[in-house]
Design a protein around this ligand. Structure first.
Ligand code: APR
Length: 248
């Protein structure tokens, strides 16, 4: 059974590092980006998700993020988030790298979370770097201004055309290079530099496992590819390993 194979890999290829994408949050009611009906099918990323669009039409960008924050306000961590937190608690996962900005991993109890695309917890001033809680930014829509310099704020996420937070991506690359197993859950692996992390693991002799609806460009180099739901698969793996306990 494929879940048993994944449990076997987790036991035999330690340390395990997990990389998640938007696909782990769809079961919490948050749409992903590239599935049918996903966010980039309904919005043009270069109109609402690129740093140039913030300069061109900041009100439009904030309108888009206000909608995303609305969806987030109703969202709760799902079985997939909880299973990953449990696996970390039992010592089966060293750390979790996420492309998601929804904070659901932390709300589920995951502790070592590397947010490589930032988060929606805060807004940030692109001019002077000041950070404010997102609630304050939302309260001053349609154009939240920096309390220090008056510049229009941006959501605290990495927008297209921006560099990733150096510390986060460097740690993610280090974790991937040291991983015995990189477990990717719910990502199309289409956006670099994160999409290059499997290469770091494989180049250092580690193994790759994927739990994802649909193919990715890394499937042919993976030890295991499960075209299955994130929540049900991770819940089943956590149950299998939980029975075994952290001494394996
Ligand atoms: N179980 C398993 N897989 C799922 C589930 C689920 N419940 N729901 C969706 N998926 C899969 C989709 O089929 C898709 O292959 O998750 C993948 C999500 O891929 P994307 O929508 O491309 O999201 P992601 O890989 O996180 O995108 C990376 O792109 O736009 C940027 O900054 C944005 O962080 C995001 C980055």
């Amino acid at each position: 059974m494929s879940v048993d194979r994944l449990a076997e890999l987790l036991r035999g290829r330690q340390p395990c590092v997990v990389l998640t994408g938007a696909g782990i949050s769809t079961e919490s009611g948050i749409p992903d980006f590239r599935s049918a009906g996903g966010i980039w099918e309904r919005y043009d990323p270069y109109e609402v998700g690129h740093i140039d669009s913030l300069r061109r039409d900041p009100a439009r960008v904030w309108e888009f993020y206000a909608l995303r924050l609305d969806a987030l306000a109703q969202a709760e961590p799902n079985d997939g988030h909880h299973a990953l937190a449990r696996l970390e608690e039992l010592g089966w996962i060293r750390a979790l790298v996420t492309q998601n900005v929804d904070g659901l991993h932390q709300r589920a109890g995951s502790r070592d979370v590397v947010e490589v695309h930032g988060s929606l917890r805060e807004a940030q001033c692109p001019a002077c770097g000041v950070r404010v809680p997102m609630a304050d930014a939302i309260a001053s829509l349609p154009l939240p201004a920096c309390p220090d310099c008056g510049e229009v704020l941006k959501p605290g996420v990495v927008m297209f055309g921006e560099l990733l937070p150096v510390e986060a991506i460097e740690r993610a690359q280090q974790l991937a290079a040291e991983a015995g197993l990189l477990l990717v859950v719910g990502s199309s692996l289409e956006v670099h530099p994160v999409a290059g992390l499997p290469g770091e693991t494989l180049a250092a002799g580690g193994a790759l496992a994927l739990v994802n609806h649909g193919a990715t460009s890394w499937d042919s180099r993976a030890e295991l590819v499960l075209d299955a739901g994130a929540g049900e698969t991770l819940r089943a793996v956590a149950a299998a390993l939980d029975i075994l306990g952290s001494d394996g």
